[in-house]
Design a protein around this ligand. Structure first.
Ligand code: ACM
Length: 434
């Protein structure tokens, strides 16, 4: 177990943990990270008594998992010619190619290395949305015919946001996805496998006569149900291999795709509540409390500020299952997870800055299941920061970013909490009324 890695100084992990799933998701799709960086990250996670590393291996901007049956996924899907710099209308393109992917043998090494340190690696391939990197490599799996898709998608997306590109719903496409997940299961031995399911834009399915005909033939009422049908087929394939799916909370839109799936609830508590009511295990990763790409203060000097403010003190105040929640809900919560989306984390220094010291507070909340006593945590913080210093971790200082940690002139899009909460309510209204 993680006894081989002593806990970080200054942090406390008393008694037995409240949650078995104390997760961190790392987005290596937007930003490929060489294997040694992942080993270092695993060492740091182990010292924080994190038990799950979810590896987000595919997205619009890149595909990172070697698939023997479909080599173009990495050859074409693993490289983009340039990348968006900053966020919002004033963002630019950097003109710098970005590429990289992991050999299956390398990922096996990572799985073994993490296991020795008490960490399960849960791989995630995101379907049926966030599909541009797949479609750059294999346009026949997109909507509207291979020629049209190839014209639209010439390479993985160089911009950030939610692309309109989704997989089509032909049997051949489901077979392709099945083969890819087969190879994924050969490499990753954990019972749980991530299937994505988030932010699937429905416009292409809606406008495509062939998709509409397939829906009618299959008795599928609308595009939300089609998404659930797709994810259900992927989850069925995993079940046949003795695995279980974890998917983002959009998975429950339309209908419940897989009774045994774990729901990762990121858009507030609504998905978690519905998931628990339907009998799913749930992992809580609400963006307002656990998205480590979000800005750490209101200071305009924060590098590429996106999202709402998520200060160290806010993470320390995260109350995963407030006392007012009913017992049937609490019983279904198997874990909490911090998500490290990497659009704007374009190097190891930026990753360190986003993750630390917030991970210290998160790790203790994940262990105890409760918010931290602010004075007690503040008193232990210097010892923890000294421990990070000793390891060369470029954390965000409590006083704000050092000059070399700032990104002057690179625009961000700060959000305010009230507008984000209103947006989350809008986005989850369908789930709330289910
Ligand atoms: C997500 O943040 N799209 C899960």
């Amino acid at each position: 177990m993680s006894a081989v890695v002593p806990p970080a100084a200054g942090l406390r992990f008393p008694g037995e943990p409240r949650f078995a799933w104390r997760g961190v998701m790392l987005d290596v799709a937007r930003r490929f990270r060489p294997l040694p960086e992942l080993f270092r990250f695993v060492d740091l996670l182990a010292a924080h008594r994190i038990t799950v590393l979810q590896l987000h291996l595919s997205d619009d901007q890149g595909w990172r998992f070697e698939v023997r049956a479909y080599p173009r996924l990495t050859e074409v899907g693993g490289r983009r010619s340039e990348t968006q710099l900053g966020h919002g209308p004033a963002s630019t393109l950097d003109g710098v190619p970005h590429e990289g992917w992991y050999r299956q043998s390398e990922l096996r090494e990572l799985v073994a290395y993490a296991a020795e340190r008490g960490i399960r690696v849960v791989p995630e391939l995101d379907v049926p949305g966030h599909a541009s990197a797949i479609l750059a490599a294999y346009p026949e799996f997109g909507v509207g015919g291979a020629e049209a898709v190839a014209r639209r998608v010439r390479e993985p997306w160089t911009r950030f946001g939610i692309s309109d590109e989704v997989l089509n719903v032909e049997d051949e496409t489901l077979a392709f996805v099945g083969t890819v997940f087969d190879e994924l299961c050969e490499v990753f031995d954990d019972e749980i496998v991530g299937i994505g399911g988030d932010e699937v834009r429905k416009d292409r399915w809606r406008a495509d006569p062939r998709t509409q005909r397939l829906m009618a033939e299959r008795g599928i009422a609308d595009e939300e149900e089609l998404q659930a049908w797709f994810l259900g087929r992927v989850a069925d394939g995993l079940r046949a291999r003795g695995r279980r799916a974890v998917g983002w909370d959009e998975m429950l839109e339309g209908r419940d795709p897989a009774p045994d799936a774990i729901v990762a609830s990121w858009r507030g508590p609504v998905g978690a509540r519905l998931g628990a009511r339907l009998g799913h295990d749930v992992v809580l990763c609400p963006d307002l409390w656990t998205y480590f790409d979000y800005r750490q203060s209101d200071d305009p000097a924060e590098p590429i500020p996106v999202g709402t403010v998520l200060a160290l003190e806010d993470v320390a105040g995260f109350d995963p299952v407030p006392a007012a929640e009913p017992a049937w809900f609490a019983e279904r919560v198997v874990g909490v997870q911090a998500n490290v989306w990497a659009e704007h984390l374009d190097g190891p220094e930026r990753l360190d800055y986003a993750v630390f010291p917030r991970l210290g507070a998160f790790a203790e909340v994940a262990w105890t299941g409760h918010p931290l006593d602010p004075a007690d945590f503040a008193a232990r913080l210097p010892a923890y920061l000294a421990w990070l210093d000793e390891r060369g971790v470029g954390y965000r200082p409590p006083s704000g970013p050092r000059p070399e940690q700032q990104r002057p002139g690179v625009p961000g899009v700060p959000r305010d909490r009230a507008s984000r909460i209103a947006e989350l309510e809008r986005l989850t209204a369908g789930l709330a009324s289910s």
